[in-house]
Design a protein around this ligand. Sequence first.
Ligand code: ADP
Ligand code: MG
Length: 279
Amino acid sequence: MNEGEKKYEHDENFGHHHMDPPKPRQQEDPFKMSENPGSHVKKVYAVVSGKGGVGKSSVTALCALESARRGFRTAILDADITGPSIPRMFGLGPADVGAGEDALLPAVSETGIKVMSMNLLMETEDQPVIWRGPVISGTMKQFWTEVAWGDVDYMFVDLPPGTGDVPLTLFQSFPIDGIIIVTTPQELVEMIVRKAVNMAQTMEIPILGIVENMSFLNCPCCGQKIYPFGESRLQEAAGRAGLPVLGRLPMDPALAKACDEGKVEYYKGEGPEGLSVIF
Ligand SMILES: Nc1ncnc2c1ncn2[C@@H]1O[C@H](COP(=O)(O)OP(=O)(O)O)[C@@H](O)[C@H]1O
Ligand SMILES: [Mg+2]
């Protein structure tokens, strides 16, 4: 067991690698929103990044796929309206959202992953959202209070990048059980990790670990790993912060293609290999 793992010994669920679904929430935090009566969500994990375009949504999707592959009831709450959307990766559109008696019902992907997103509620996905921060936060909160998610073991929240108003408000209002940080080798990893650790400590939410996306390329000729951005400093930064590295993902045109075509569920490549610690 390395230093990063030791930090989480107090968490009774951390380090359990068996396939039992998580336990229901013990008590409601009075400062958090209450979930819709039609929702029973056991664990909520937020996926964060320092900036856009690093693959936060792709990693969110891969985490959800891994959860579903393990037989858990899985959902994605897309709270980031800045980039290409989660629904598009799963081939979902407005017609896939349902309406219950007094609640919205999430869209369900071909393999059974539940998804809710702003982009599922707007007629045209390419329209810019010109709302101000508080309106965006308010709408995202409704994805917790007004959507009947049903029984969910693991929900992954694709949070907006950075530490601005919207991500902070969402951090404070969603009952987040853990944070997954996504970085790339081009970034100032130390700074991103430090900011995330500060935020997590303030909110008293554990950081589950870091996924490095676009770490390397697998040479199509010989299969050798190529590091176009040089060897990353992630291990060092993670070690200093006492955080585990959950995995390094290659730059893989097949992943980009699967996402583009709405077929991310059928992507054959590996997700983050250290992900078992979160289940
Ligand atoms: N590991 C990867 N290999 C190849 N393309 C990737 C990878 N990760 C992300 N992409 C592509 O990069 C773009 C940005 O990824 P996305 O997940 O939308 O980033 P973010 O949510 O951080 O803005 C998308 O076109 C996506 O398909
Ligand atoms: Mg995104």
